[in-house]
Design a protein around this ligand. Structure first.
Ligand code: SAM
Length: 271
């Protein structure tokens, strides 16, 4: 998979991406990265690419022409005839998630445009952008970190990038649940033992325990992810048990209401 990033800070992207798993994947030729410095396409010839906003207001705006010229060069480099899938990183976009990463990983070429200052002249966005993506409801100074976040998550979906091909499959969000807790050696760390079931060697029990822990963690941290259509009979039984022993489990009033609501909805459909 080939990544292209239009940015004012290519060194930031290069350094971040040439590290750890993505760096190794690039060495192996599974991924490639080309950064395009928007400043090189300045129309004033002095590297300036921003100007005051029409209508007034605080801050500067990235001009349309340098970005369009950078984009034309990008098309030449990818040998794309007229258009490439191009993500503009913006807090105004659709919020990035695992399924989006999976979908974007199917592309052979994927480009990113990193904004800065108050943003980018709307006209060039309308001309070249195919996807508007945010990494969350907060405002950063530039699109470089969001582009790296996206490329990292997408890279993990590219075959061969992860050494153990299973590790991408059982992770959080892959089946609509958060991942179960993980433990490694030593067996007892500062008085805290590893849950005994993990030492039992009984794969069925380990799988069941992990699945229940996934359910519990998702319910506790991200109840919005629990959807009735993803829950089977065993899951419902586990959640009902949780509700029944609410005092032992120290559930809050809000958690009890979420659980009741979920079980109520689920029961309606499964009965
Ligand atoms: N004035 C813009 C607004 O209110 O929507 C924010 C501009 S922000 C200071 C500068 C750049 O950072 C944006 O053009 C975008 O590329 C990037 N950026 C900031 N927050 C982001 C987020 N949550 N997700 C993706 N990109 C973001």
């Amino acid at each position: 998979m080939n990544f292209y990033v239009m940015t004012l800070f290519p060194e930031m992207i290069e350094q971040g991406m040439h590290t750890s798993i993505t760096g190794r994947a690039m060495e192996k030729g599974l991924l490639s990265l080309k950064t395009i410095n928007i400043r090189d396409y300045s129309v004033t010839g002095n590297g300036r690419i921003d100007d005051y906003p029409y209508g007034g207001g605080a801050g500067m705006v990235m001009q349309a022409e340098p970005i369009y010229r950078a984009y034309e060069d990008l098309l030449r480099q990818t040998r794309a005839q007229d258009k490439i899938r191009l993500v503009y990183l913006t807090p105004q976009g659709r919020v990035f998630h695992q399924a989006m990463a999976q979908e974007l990983a199917q592309e052979e070429n994927l480009a990113f445009l990193c904004g800065h200052y108050e943003g980018v002249d709307e006209r060039v966005l309308e001309a070249i952008v195919t996807d508007y993506v945010s990494i969350g409801d907060y405002v950063l100074t530039g699109g470089e970190l969001p582009a790296m976040v996206m490329m990292d998550a997408i890279s993990r979906m590219v075959p061969g990038v992860l050494s153990n091909s299973d590790s991408g499959v059982s992770e959080s969000f892959s089946d609509g649940l958060l991942e179960y807790p993980q433990y490694s050696r030593p067996e007892i760390w500062r008085g805290c033992p590893v849950p005994p079931v993990l030492l039992s060697g009984h794969h069925g029990n380990v799988d069941r325990w992990r699945h229940e822990q996934s359910l519990l963690r998702t319910f506790r941290n991200r109840p919005d992810l629990l959807k009735k259509e993803n829950l089977n009979k065993e899951d419902l039984k586990y959640l009902r048990k949780l509700l029944e022993s609410e005092t032992d489990n120290g559930l809050s009033a809000e958690e009890i209401s979420v659980l009741k609501n979920l079980l109520g909805i689920s029961l309606k459909f499964s009965d």
